[in-house]
Each structure stands twice: as structure tokens, then as C-alpha cells.
Design a protein around this ligand. Structure first.
Ligand code: COD
Ligand code: ZN
Length: 350
């Protein structure tokens, strides 16, 4: 529902951003459907970029006029996770969730607080965000591409680069080839995987995945995807498998299609309470590694600028990734298109 709400001025350490573009990501859908929990009411939208309009007291990391990519984990830089180099898991951010870092909100309506998804809340013309969640680029890249570098690029490319650390010459299977899965495919290509198998239930997504570096495709709606991936990898399974949809079924399939001594990396978050069963003997006898990844284990402040450079040097195909543009009034249409299985990423433009 699109409606007017009140937005406070930025407080100390906060920034007012005029949103330029916001990506249409399935994670917001999980909140809309209640598959994931968020305090309501909330302004959703966590994949965004814009221009700094105003800064609050004490802000030093950005200034009015800067083009900024928004991070949905504004890292405090002081907690144990940040100090250990895992700023994507910042303890202060996780503890404050959809509130600002001081535990209050800047969004209100009729005296009621409204929550900020990922402290970004960019399905709106303006957002107040923590300064640490603003990554200046000033690269002049178009706002829709900049927005992608706020979520699907670090989540997908980062999963291959920083979480799984895909080795050159290895084989990779990607289960779920939407906006984030396509970035996993691009990451695997960038890291010189020899075989990249796209797995999806829709033929259109599989064909589209070929543009981003997939070498083979498996339609999971036709026949058991595990058997198909094994057939394509000489019976071994893939060295690296990635789950990029978010269901117990796809987590299990990703595990089962992983090769001996391989790594299974789970990107998607299955609906609350979901449990995936794995064969406990196989885990040990085949020395598999099963791991999760959040935000691609990326460190936004340094890795997002690198991803801008990878795009500018032609090594990340973001031009073909964003295929649909909408106005904010068309947001329900945008999510309808995602539900219908339209390929690639949509972006709301302001
Ligand atoms: N087997 C294979 N593919 C499938 C299956 C299946 N059984 N079911 C659906 N799919 C395909 C769809 O056809 C589609 O192509 C793809 O899976 C999903 O793509 P999108 O575009 O709908 O979704 P994305 O890429 O925007 O988001 C995927 C996530 C895994 C990131 C999202 O669903 C999620 O779980 N988010 C929570 C994790 C999180 O918060 N991450 C940080 C912010 S993104
Ligand atoms: Zn997202």
C-alpha cells in the first residue's frame, strides 16, 4: 500500500537520502507474506541507492550531494562481529533490527511508530539511515545499478567470493536463478569455475541465466534436479552448490547434489520453522561442508566500491540484470511480475 507517512530529521550520525532507485527483491516478499518476521507497520525496501540530501550532527562518512549505495547492515565497527571482520553480522545492527541504531524510529504516522526494513526502508522517496549504512560511490553509475550493489550483487557475488571461496576450475550448481542467483552465477564465472549449472523450475530463468555465465541448465520441474546435476558432473555432484530460493526442499536438494569434499552454501532463508533433513552419515563420510551466508559475507564499506569497479570494468553484467523499471505506484505490479516468474531484476525508479 502506498501512503504518506512522516519522516523525522536525521539525528546524530544519521543521514537523509533522496532515494534514486530501489530493487525488487524476494526478501521483501517474505515479509509481505509473513514467511519472515518484521515488527509492523514497516516501510519495506532494502536494496537502494540515492543522493544525500542532509546530514545530522557529527556525520563524517558522507556529505550532501554524494551518490550513495545503502547497506541493510549498517555496521557499528565496534562490536565483536565487526572487530572480527564480519561487519555483515554487526551485533548492534542485529540487536536493533528494524529500528535505528538508538532503538527508535524516524518514521511515524498518526502518533504511531513505523519500522525501517534493514534500517533502509527505501520503498519511499526519502529515507533516514545511519551514516555507516551509506556507502558513497560518486561513480555516476545509474541509480538502478547502484541499488543492485546494495543487495543482490554483494549477496550473490559475495557468496561465491567471500563465503564459499569458489576455486578456479571447480564445478558449481546454483539452485534458484532469480536476481540473487544470477549474481551467484556471475560470481562463479568471475572466479573461473569450469562448469556452472543453473537449476530452476522455469525454463525462461534457465535461458536467461546463460547470459550471465551458466554453462548448463537443469529444469527441476521436469525431473529430480539432484540426479540431473550428478549426470552433468560425471556422477560426483558439484564442488560448490548454492541454495538461492529459500525452502527446505531446495536446501536439501543443494546438499544432495554437492560432491565429496564439496561446500553447500545456503543464501535463502526458508519460511520460519522450516527444517531441512540431511543424511548425517553422508555429511561425515563425504566430508561435506554446509554453511549459511548473509549478505555474501561481504564488508559493505570496502566490498561495495570494489563491486562498482567490477561493473565499470565490464566484469559484472548488471546492464542485462535490471530488465524492468516501475514507479512507486506500480510496486504491486512489480511484485506480481516477480510472482509470475518474470526474468531478471525489477527496480522502482524515483
Ligand atoms: N528449485 C529451483 N528453483 C526454484 C524453485 C525450486 N524448487 N522454486 C523457485 N525457484 C526459483 C524461481 O523460479 C526464481 O527464479 C528463483 O528461484 C528465486 O528468484 P527471485 O528473483 O524470486 O528471488 P531473489 O533472487 O530476489 O531472492 C532470493 C533470496 C534467496 C535472496 C530470497 O528468497 C531470500 O531467501 N531472502 C532471505 C535472505 C536474506 O535476507 N538475504 C539478504 C537480503 S536479500
Ligand atoms: Zn535483497
Amino acid at each position: 500500500m502506498v501512503e504518506d507517512v512522516d519522516l523525522d530529521e536525521p539525528k546524530a550520525g544519521e543521514v537523509l537520502v533522496k532515494i534514486g532507485a530501489a530493487g525488487v527483491c524476494r526478501s521483501d516478499r517474505h515479509f509481505m507474506h509473513g514467511d519472515a518476521n518484521i515488527a509492523l507497520p514497516a516501510v519495506l525496501g532494502h536494496e537502494g541507492a540515492g543522493t544525500v540530501e542532509k546530514v545530522g550532527p557529527g556525520v563524517t562518512l558522507t556529505k550532501p550531494g554524494d551518490q550513495v549505495i545503502l547497506s541493510f547492515v549498517p555496521a557499528c565497527g565496534r562490536c565483536k562481529s565487526c572487530l572480527e571482520g564480519n561487519s555483515n553480522l554487526c551485533d548492534l545492527h542485529m540487536a536493533t533490527g528494524p529500528f535505528m541504531l538508538d532503538g527508535t524510529t524516524r518514521l511515524h504516522k498518526g502518533g504511531k511508530d513505523i519500522h525501517h526494513m534493514g534500517k533502509v526502508a527505501c520503498f519511499a522517496e526519502y529515507a533516514v539511515v545511519p551514516e555507516t549504512g551509506c556507502i558513497p560511490t560518486n561513480s555516476g553509475i545509474s541509480m538502478d545499478k547502484a541499488a543492485m550493489i546494495g543487495c543482490c550483487v554483494p549477496t550473490g557475488v559475495g557468496a561465491t567470493m567471500f563465503s564459499a571461496k569458489v576455486q578456479p576450475g571447480s564445478t558449481v550448481a546454483v539452485v534458484g536463478c532469480g536476481g540473487v542467483g544470477l549474481n551467484v552465477i556471475m560470481g562463479a564465472k568471475l572466479l573461473n569455475a569450469s562448469q556452472i549449472i543453473a537449476v530452476d523450475i522455469r525454463e525462461s530463468q534457465l535461458e536467461f541465466a546463460m547470459k550471465f555465465g551458466a554453462t548448463h541448465s537443469v529444469n527441476a520441474a521436469d525431473r529430480d534436479p539432484v540426479a540431473q546435476v550428478k549426470e552433468l558432473t560425471g556422477g560426483r555432484g558439484a564442488d560448490y552448490t548454492f541454495e538461492v530460493f529459500g525452502s527446505a526442499e531446495t536446501v536439501k536438494a543443494s546438499y544432495d547434489m554437492c560432491a565429496k569434499s564439496g561446500t553447500v552454501t545456503v543464501v535463502g532463508i526458508a519460511p520460519m520453522g522450516a527444517e531441512a533433513s540431511i543424511n548425517a552419515v553422508d555429511l561425515v563420510r563425504n566430508e561435506k561442508t554446509l554453511r549459511g551466508t548473509y549478505y555474501g559475507s561481504a564488508r559493505g564499506r570496502t566490498d561495495m566500491p570494489t563491486m562498482v569497479d567490477l561493473y565499470l570494468s565490464g566484469r559484472l553484467n548488471l546492464d542485462d540484470l535490471v530488465v524492468r523499471h516501475y514507479s512507486l505506484d506500480q510496486i504491486n505490479e512489480a511484485y506480481g511480475d516477480m510472482d509470475e516468474g518474470e526474468v531478471g531484476r525489477g527496480a522502482i525508479m524515483f
